[in-house]
Design a protein around this ligand. Sequence first.
Ligand code: FMN
Length: 209
Amino acid sequence: MSTADRLSMPLGEAMFSMRAIRRLRPDPVSEEDIRDILEAARQAPSGSNRQPWHFLVVRGDEQRAKLGAIYREAWWSKRRDVGINSPEDIPEEDRVARSAMRLADHFGESPVVILVCSTSGAPVDTTGVIPATQNILLAARALGIGATITSLHPSVQAEVRELFGMPEEAQVVYCVPVGYPQGNFGPVSRKPLSEVASQDRWGDPLPGA
Ligand SMILES: Cc1cc2nc3c(=O)[nH]c(=O)nc-3n(C[C@H](O)[C@H](O)[C@H](O)COP(=O)(O)O)c2cc1C
């Protein structure tokens, strides 16, 4: 069976139920599933078809644990940049931030982490890997596997490059923890179309929205 056949979930169902899955079960994710997810990633479009990406699959216990510690440090560095210094500074009702903080504490326990790296060279074009990253999320969803886009803080890039033997010109753009969800997929909560779309002139309503 081809990868395309294995990812046969209706596209609408995948898109409309694909939410950020931060609580992952410890169950292993097969090498075949990861290969399918990356086969989907490499189908993504890119400027002049340069395909400016490299996907580094982090699966080994030691590498996951080390990445987990670095991720946690990076997460708090990002928070400190915006004046948040401790868990008490994150309101209980800010569910996304609380959930992200929990992920930072458990990042190294993710069964697999896919590092989506840019190979565009300097200056790094981080946007070039976005379509491939979305394909990773969608392919994982089609396989019943959860994932979330996360990013690092610039202060840890050198450490990550060293840990994974990455060449100087490569840079991690996103870290995507992957695993079977503890909770359920979708639905997602988004602004209504009438608020985010116009027709012919900014602010003029889109018919039917
Ligand atoms: C570019 C980008 C960066 C993100 N960075 C993080 C992150 O660092 N940590 C995290 O837990 N979630 C991160 N997310 C996930 C978002 O918080 C999530 O997609 C958003 O809240 C919508 O969640 P939902 O799909 O479950 O509704 C990121 C998402 C995007 C698209």
